[in-house]
Design a protein. Structure first.
Length: 391
């Protein structure tokens, strides 16, 4: 009974259910308070993310010694090719399936508007996510190059400090953050009213997510010479958290905790691969965006983009995905430039694209997070004999 009470998955599921119910039956005053709590919790989580990245990646690099530079290049390459591969699969599905669908030609609007925050206390992060990532890489590599033992010890201690913050602050508040997120979505009517309009498209995209994850984990199991379920079975809490937070960055603490439970992954590689993946690996979001831009093109402009146009868009989108922030809507926001310039979308197209992308953003994020585990498994298979000691 105590174990069930402490189950993170159970807490997250309860958070989703409570949030939906509260959103359905709340008045403006109550939802204003809920939205304020959501904002404050989001500020706390956002503040810790750059510190978590710095606290985990930098010491992980120092523990890898001469293999650090090689692993960095391999991980970024894996993230890029995973995103591009997912996008190409989505493109093929789009040309095959979209002409067969009877898609509603306009997006519904939310039935209610979230009231203004009761009060607003901003907690700006000490640095951006990308700044933290680059700083962690530079500091970690510099410590390896200079063999600075004292600074290496400082980084290890800082990593331990951030681990304590994750386990004692971030993880306990996540269920409440998920509950407030779903409460605001439920109050707006986004889930109950807008979702059915694009149900067919979203279901197709979800199936695409699972197919791509199955492929990634199969490859990971082959490279790491293990059963992929020895990693995947621990990712339930991370997947569910991503559904609630809609952010790879906000899910990072849970993803690290899940990956560390796997007996087939080395802790040093987990501490390096999972945070880096949360920043540069967005396969689910890319897969979704490709199918959705094709859908929007068919809805508004009466035709699908040409194959050449889509291939160019996918190649560029893979680059933008590596640099996109792991926050809600980060991929589509980072790629608005090429949506307009390469695909020729106007304001109506961009607006519809943002709307339907937001409806499934949580599931795309969950695919990203789960995919990080597969890439880390591949990385583990390539470098496990060269890094640290066995678990």
């Amino acid at each position: 009974m105590a174990k069930l009470k402490d189950s993170l998955i159970l807490k997250l599921i309860l958070g989703v259910i409570v949030g939906l119910v509260v959103g359905l039956y709340s008045n403006e005053t109550v939802i204003g308070l809920v939205n304020t709590i959501k904002f404050l919790l989001g500020q706390v989580i956002s503040f810790t993310i750059p510190l978590i990245i710095l606290g985990f990646i930098a010491p992980a690099i120092t523990s890898m010694k001469s293999n650090a530079s090689k692993m960095l290049g391999v991980m970024i390459g894996l993230a890029y090719f995973s995103s591009v591969g997912a996008a190409l699969m989505s493109m093929v599905a789009g040309y095959s399936l979209i002409p067969m669908l009877n898609i509603v030609s306009a997006a519904d609007s939310a039935k209610k508007v979230i009231p203004a925050l009761i009060f607003k206390v901003e907690i700006p992060p000490a640095m951006s996510v990308m700044t933290a990532l680059v700083l962690a890489i530079f500091v970690g590599l510099a410590v390896v190059w200079t063999n600075s033992k004292n600074f290496e010890n400082v980084l290890v201690e800082f990593g331990n400090i951030m681990l304590a913050i994750v386990t004692r602050v971030v993880i306990p508040i996540l269920p409440l953050f998920v509950a407030t997120t779903f409460a605001t979505l439920s109050y707006e009517g986004v889930i109950l009213k807008q979702f059915p309009v694009f149900l067919k498209v979203i279901v197709i995209v979800l199936i695409g997510h699972y197919i791509w994850l199955a492929l990634l984990y199969t490859i990971g199991g082959i490279v790491n010479k293990c059963n992929p379920m020895d990693v995947l079975k621990y990712y339930g809490p991370a997947y569910l958290t991503a559904v609630g937070t809609m952010s790879s960055a906000a899910t990072l603490p849970i993803a690290l905790s899940c990956a560390r439970k796997s007996p087939v992954l080395k802790e040093e590689i987990v501490n390096f691969g999972v945070p880096l993946g949360a920043t540069v690996h967005l396969c689910g979001s890319v897969l979704t965006e490709v199918f959705f831009v094709m859908t929007v093109s068919k809805i508004l402009y009466g035709q699908l983009p040409s194959v050449g146009t889509m291939v160019l868009f996918i190649i560029l989108l893979g680059v933008f995905a590596v640099g996109a922030p792991g926050v809600p809507g980060g991929t589509v926001m980072a790629s608005l430039g090429i949506i307009i310039s390469v695909l020729g979308f106007d304001e109506a197209g961009v607006g519809l694209m943002l709307t339907i992308f937001a409806l499934q953003d949580s599931f795309g994020t969950a695919c990203n997070v789960a995919g990080d585990g597969a890439l880390t498994m591949i990385l583990n298979g390539l470098f496990k004999d060269e890094v640290g000691t066995a678990k």
